[in-house]
Write a protein that binds this ligand. Structure first.
Ligand code: ADP
Length: 476
């Protein structure tokens, strides 16, 4: 089966979050099941730099204000397709915003172009003869594909949209409808209209054959006003087509066997060396308390403000933390202040650094994920794999992947971490306190680490679930 996957980011080319990890991992995870997946994304400068021997597979002389071409190339075993349209993508800054952090003014056109190009590839096929059987689109940036495909009507194939985070909805003014070549007959509340505006994500939810999201609990949460963020009505209307499929981890990339001091569940000595190296790197004092880590975008979603309030008590009780992240300038400055108050307990790096992230999972004792909502979350999964026990809130994929260390779960040897009962400052303080006491109970801690490391967090099961969904969509 041939699948066209469409997204705005994918590892190893470009990444701002978990979306890229998932889009980049799926082709290899699905290949053993006989799925031939190609990943279409914009040809940002970083993508063009990484291309080797690109082949021109589709062209348009005029595409949203300039010429465009789809280039095919391989990275490892993965077949990528990059939409090369320099007037849209060849610019400084990040994927979505300029060097000052401002969203590009033409993001609507930039990502509509990605979706329309996908639709053209479906209709016309590629110059090498490849044509997809099913299209799988990700998040608001690629969400217009089903709407374009169905309204143009030249070739309609089964479509699946995955919601990685419903907070990002691609909301645009309605006066863009003509410029984006959207069909007027879908501009109503059952289509892409959203309170008088356009939501590209809503278009995808209305027009795709199936909707998936990245955990079963998030799939249920999305039907509620609290988590659905204005799209819960549309989700409820389509709930018979909604499936929750957990994300997996690329174990070639994320495994303690590849750490600077390698280790596994049977031989944990390497972890102690990685821990010592991490303490030293950040100039932290040796402690009998846990060394927690946190790797995250610094936003309200991630509960960073709750931690900032809870941490002084944890540091005073002997806990340590290394935090890597970037995001909201307000949180960044509060964290810098906290670091100055507790230099022996708190290591901070503001920025994005994948190598450091890996060293932190290898050296940390616990990973903190106090999110207010979390569609799946990847860092708790890395934590399980590395025996870096997750302390998480009780939401979305966190609730689906971490088993709370209550007495019964510990007796049965199935507990893998700590799940907070509520997501507030008090619960963070209580859980950090509990973390310290569990950590100091060495025998218990070791059992928890063993349980965590024996969890299957790879892609096998989820790849099978996606495969079954593709087959179901294809056979309809
Ligand atoms: P989200 O997609 O909401 O940001 P996820 O937990 O699903 O959250 O995925 C985040 C991904 O980005 C993980 O792979 C995490 O390790 C990585 N990440 C986040 N912030 C940083 C950072 N500052 N440096 C390195 N990796 C980061």
């Amino acid at each position: 089966m041939k699948i066209l996957s469409v997204a705005s980011e994918a590892v190893p080319l470009v990444k701002t979050g978990g979306l890229a990890d998932v889009v980049g991992a799926l082709p290899n995870a699905l290949a053993p099941l006989g799925v031939e997946m190609r990943v279409l994304l914009p040809a940002y400068p970083a993508v063009k730099q990484a291309m080797k021997k690109p082949k021109s597979l589709w062209q348009a002389a005029e595409f949203f204000g300039g010429p465009a071409e789809v280039l095919g190339f391989k990275i490892g075993d993965t077949e990528f397709l990059a939409l090369d349209a320099p007037h849209l993508y060849d610019r400084a800054g990040s994927l979505y915003n300029d060097e000052n952090g401002q969203d590009f003014g033409d993001n609507a056109e930039r990502f509509a172009a990605l979706s329309l190009a996908a639709s053209c590839v479906i209709e016309e096929g590629l110059a090498d003869g490849w044509a997809p059987d099913v299209v799988h689109v990700h998040d608001w940036q690629a969400a217009l594909v089903p709407t374009y495909m169905k309204s143009r009507g030249r070739r309609v194939i089964p479509s699946i949209i995955t919601i990685h985070n419903i907070a990002f909805q691609g909301v645009l003014p309605a006066d863009k409808i003509e410029a984006l070549q959207l069909p007027w007959d879908r501009f109503h509340p059952d289509g892409y209209e959203y309170y008088g505006q356009v939501s590209t994500l809503k278009a995808g939810l209305a027009d795709a054959d199936y909707i998936t999201t990245v955990s079963p609990t998030y799939a249920s949460e999305l039907k509620t006003p609290e988590f659905g963020m204005g799209l819960d009505g549309m989700i409820r209307a389509r709930q018979d087509r909604l499936v929750g499929i957990l994300n997996g981890v690329d174990l070639d990339e994320w495994s303690p066997e590849n750490a600077e001091h390698p280790y596994d569940a049977r031989k944990m000595a390497g972890k102690a060396k990685n821990r010592a190296a991490l303490l030293e790197r950040f100039g932290l004092a040796e402690t009998d308390g846990a060394l927690a880590i946190l790797v995250s975008r610094l936003t309200y979603q991630k509960g960073i403000d709750l931690l900032i309030e809870a941490l002084p008590e944890y540091f005073s009780a002997g806990g340590a933390l290394v935090l890597l992240g970037s995001g909201d300038p307000h949180y960044e400055s509060q964290l810098r202040q906290l670091q100055q108050r507790y230099p022996a307990h708190f290591g901070l790096e503001i920025g994005y650094n994948e190598a450091l992230a890996k060293a932190m999972f290898a050296g940390g004792d616990a990973v903190l994920v106090p999110s207010r909502f979390e569609p799946c979350g990847l860092t708790q999964l890395y934590g399980l794999r590395f025996g870096t026990l997750p302390l998480v809130s009780n939401t979305g994929g966190l609730a689906d992947t971490v088993i709370h260390a209550n007495q019964a779960a510990m007796d049965k040897k199935v507990a893998t971490g700590l799940v907070m009962t509520r997501t507030d400052v008090g619960a963070c303080k209580d859980s950090l306190h509990r973390l310290l006491s569990l950590y100091r109970d060495t025998k218990r801690w070791k059992t928890l680490q063993k349980n965590a490391m024996s969890q299957n967090v790879g892609w096998d099961q989820s790849a099978q679930n996606y495969f079954e969904l593709y087959e179901r969509a294809f056979s309809r």
